[in-house]
Design a protein around this ligand. Structure first.
Ligand code: 2HG
Ligand code: ZN
Length: 412
């Protein structure tokens, strides 16, 4: 597709922050079409940017000038295996895989609020975490085999055969989190799990993040522990038209726990129960989005430091508004800095300000959203030299002409 408006619609991320300028978009329907595009790219030298559901948050598919966006959402076949695994095309949505798993009496361990659009290929390329990562692990742990097309058009696959066979270096480990910079992932063999028979969802209110963390971190049977504050609660209620679920508190923790383990939770204060409570956490991103273009951070910070960090940043970032929520069990916090009104822009300087404060609080800038273009420079500066050299060496070996998603990720 070369029509300017159509190309533009694929070249902008959904939060409207990252705008790419590709020459065209190719929507492929099969692995062989991916091979053809990469062979052409090898002949003619144009860069290729693989794209799934375009729900990424770090500009990983912000295509550079002269590049081709390879949209993989048409790779949506699913095949069920005798060993209970599922082979899914890279373009299958997370929701479609979850549905298939449940038809088989199983569960898929990854869940994200963007499940209806986000694809398994995209989740694998960012090694996404999501709501249950503390329990089932991130996306890499849901994958036992991968099929990918290399920069020269060669196909590599570990999808057929015994998933447990250990033949040394594992392409799954090499490609997880590689953001389309080492190969184009076309299909994944997914590990499905026996479902937890009964779970209970509880929302409890707290005065501090530290108290919230103390309640759930390390408690056996806890599957998810999601933080949100009163600012986020108010926004979701107002913009999502939801009823207030409980009396106002400074912070809330949404816990999903195996029902048999509920007694291990020490609930001292106010709490309510019900699976519909998930909506208050899941709808934060879309509710914030309507307030202006958000500047997003995805960081890892010890929970005991989050109260002070949040107070300091709220002050430093004013008149911009700070939203904080995230996956407390993994110390993974999302900061969204939102302009004071819809038409205003959050200045780029907030990047340095927030990430320096995060580092001072003993945290790091990289959580579960990947590196993309937003964090490429910082990733390069933060990585220990040995690891940076390894990433560079992999990039040089697998993509010597630098045609695969140039500018994304830490490699140069
Ligand atoms: C979530 O946890 C996602 O809901 C999105 O990672 C985070 O919008 C964000 O900043
Ligand atoms: Zn998240």
């Amino acid at each position: 597709m070369t029509d300017l408006d159509v190309v533009r619609s694929y070249a902008v991320d959904w939060s409207d922050r990252f705008h790419g300028s590709p020459t065209c978009v190719v929507r492929v329907r099969s692995r062989d079409e991916v091979v053809t595009v990469l062979e052409r790219s090898a002949d003619l030298g144009f860069p290729v940017v693989a794209q799934g559901g375009n729900t990424g948050l770090v500009g990983a598919t912000m295509a550079p000038p002269g590049s081709v966006i390879l949209n993989l959402s048409g790779l949506n076949d699913m095949v069920e295996n005798d060993d209970g695994s599922l082979v899914a095309g890279a373009g299958c949505t997370i929701a479609s895989v979850q549905d298939a798993a449940s038809r088989l009496g199983k569960v898929f361990g990854l869940d994200l609020a963007s499940r209806d659009s986000a694809t398994v290929g995209g989740a694998f390329n960012t090694n996404a975490g999501g709501m249950y990562a503390a329990y089932w692990g991130p996306m890499r742990d849901q994958v036992t085999g991968v099929e990918a097309v290399m920069a020269d058009g060669t196909v590599v696959s570990t999808i057929d055969g015994n998933a447990e066979a250990a033949w040394g270096v594992d392409p799954v480990a090499v490609l997880a989190g590689s953001e389309g910079t080492l190969a184009v992932v076309t299909a994944l063999k997914l590990r499905l799990r026996a479902p937890v028979t009964e779970t209970t969802v509880i929302m409890a209110g707290f005065d501090s993040v530290e108290a919230a963390a103390q309640m759930a971190v390390g408690v056996p049977g806890v599957m998810a522990g999601e933080l949100l504050g009163e600012t986020e609660m108010e926004t979701v209620i107002e913009r999502g038209g939801l009823a207030r679920p409980m009396a106002p508190h400074r912070w809330y923790l949404l816990i999903e726990i195996e029902s048999g383990s509920v007694d291990s939770l020490q609930i001292d204060g106010d709490a309510v129960v019900g699976s519909s409570l998930w909506a208050y956490r899941e709808r934060i991103t879309e509710s914030i989005d309507g307030l202006g273009v958000p500047y997003k951070f995805d960081v890892v910070v010890p929970p005991a430091r989050l109260d002070d960090l949040h107070a300091d940043l709220s002050r430093l970032l004013a008149p911009n508004r700070l939203f904080m929520f995230g996956h407390l069990l993994r110390s993974n916090a999302h900061f969204n800095v939102v302009p004071p009104h819809r038409e205003a822009t959050v200045p780029d300087e907030v990047d340095q300000l927030v990430l320096d404060a995060v580092e001072k609080a003993g945290g790091s800038a990289a959580g579960e959203h990947g590196v993309g273009r937003a964090k490429a420079v910082r990733a390069r500066d933060s990585l220990p030299p040995g690891r940076r050299d390894l990433i560079d060496a992999l990039k040089r070996a697998l993509d010597p002409d630098g045609r695969l998603n140039p500018g994304a990720g830490a490699a140069r």
